[in-house]
Design a binder for this molecule. Structure first.
Ligand SMILES: [Ca+2]
Ligand SMILES: [Ca+2]
Ligand SMILES: [Ca+2]
Length: 408
């Protein structure tokens, strides 16, 4: 994506937010070794071609006649996943629900769980219903390297999980098993348990694969029905009907091309990995236990894409749910995840956050942390011990850990 596309995306983003150009968010000169977007270098010609087609779909700004809305959060994927990087405070959306006697209700009859707070002219947007007593902000995560994550075998994730903390290191790590959508096609890497499948995408790990995630994103974030999800969105809080665009608004191929684009995005390029401070910083990172969740190296299983077939990669995540303690417990939840549980955010690319965010970088699921140090401060629950150990280090070693993270 070029800066020009980004400008269009932001202008198209939301009626009312057109005052700004992409320069606010993307530094003016991004060299290739700093860019988050771009295909895996070793793709075949045909794969690269399809990646480019998917890229166009990912940045396409949907209009009324394309089927946008009638309620939505933004008009393109790229509006939130700017330059394939992390999102922004102003594209963060809200999900809500109600907790009563300890039981969570996603309030589906009242527009839950996702608040589509924008609408086409002539339609009403959703509001947070009075019944909702819990809500969480969701900021878009970076989408780099996701094909490697998708290519992990379920058995790898199952091996990492330790729900009962059998090894007594204070860290459990759980999987979210979800009922698959009708269109889900299980492959050999998937191991169903009682008809449910391990989900690995999303901040609470609710999507099984990239098609699943993309179908949900088109529908919930943009109000776009697809051959995978032919029924369009409508505001159930009102008597509004759905939009005038014929359903399905996009074909299965568009969804698959977008998923293919995500699948074939390169991993964020590392910088300064031979720097002595960075090397020492990583040692200290592992010593204080960050690496127990932010796992350095994983290996993919079988993949139809040669570049993703049985290769090692370094996401600095185990893609499991962890209890992060009371400060990160918003009361809101999804699937089997507890409200205090979040999926370990991969740390690859974190040092390139400025590329997609400009000066105002935000961390954690809702962007509440403005610096990496603040993000660490919010770690509690299973990560409390690791955070204490980090804070007990002298300032020089702490800085080396931060320098290491900046190299990712
Ligand atoms: Ca629509
Ligand atoms: Ca809604
Ligand atoms: Ca429609």
């Amino acid at each position: 994506m070029k800066k020009f596309d980004c400008f269009i995306t932001l202008v198209g983003l939301v009626l009312g937010l057109s005052f700004t150009s992409c320069d606010t968010f993307i530094s003016t000169s991004i060299s290739d070794d700093e860019a988050l977007d771009g295909p895996i270098a070793t793709l075949s010609g045909a794969e690269t071609g399809r990646h480019i087609i998917g890229d166009e779909e990912f940045s396409k700004v949907y209009s009324i006649s394309d089927g946008l809305g009638p309620i939505f959060n933004a008009a393109s994927c790229e509006a939130c996943h700017i330059a394939d990087g992390r999102g922004h405070a102003f594209t963060t959306f809200t999900r809500f629900g109600r907790v009563e006697n300890g039981v969570f209700d996603a309030l589906q009859d009242f527009g839950g769980p996702q608040l589509q707070d924008k609408s086409l002219p002539g339609f009403s947007a959703e509001f947070l219903p009075a019944l909702a007593n819990v809500h969480s902000g969701f900021m878009a995560p970076a989408v780099t390297g996701l094909g490697y994550v998708e290519a992990l075998d379920d058995s790898t994730l199952m091996r990492l999980a330790d729900p009962e903390d059998a090894n007594k290191d204070g860290i459990s790590g759980r999987l979210n098993y979800v009922i698959p959508p009708e269109f889900f096609k299980p492959g050999s890497k998937h191991v169903p348990v009682n008809g449910k499948y391990i989900a690995r995408f999303g901040r609470k790990a609710m999507a099984i694969d990239l098609v699943h995630q993309s179908v949900n994103a088109f529908f919930n974030d943009m109000g776009i029905s697809s051959e995978y999800h032919p029924q369009d969105i409508r505001n159930v809080q009102s008597s509004d009907v759905t939009d005038n665009a014929n359903d399905p608004e996009i074909s299965a191929k568009v969804v698959e091309d977008v998923a293919f684009y995500l699948r074939t995005l390169k991993v964020p390029p590392r910088r300064n990995s031979n720097d002595a401070d960075v090397i020492e910083g990583e040692k200290a990172f592992l010593q204080v236990g960050c690496g127990n969740c932010h796992v350095q190296t994983l290996k993919t299983g079988m993949s139809a894409i040669g570049s993703l077939h049985k290769v090692e990669f370094h996401p600095y995540s185990d893609f499991l749910l962890h209890d992060m303690g009371s400060e990160l417990n918003d009361g809101y939840t999804e699937g089997d995840a507890l409200s205090s549980e979040w999926r370990t955010t991969p740390l690859w690319g974190i040092g390139l956050a400025h590329v997609s965010n400009g000066g105002a970088i935000a961390f954690l699921h809702d962007g509440r942390a403005k610096t990496i140090r603040q993000a660490i401060d919010y770690h509690g629950g299973e990560a409390a011990d690791s955070r204490s150990k980090f804070k007990a280090l002298n300032a020089i070693l702490q800085d080396k850990i931060l320098k290491f993270l900046q190299s990712l």
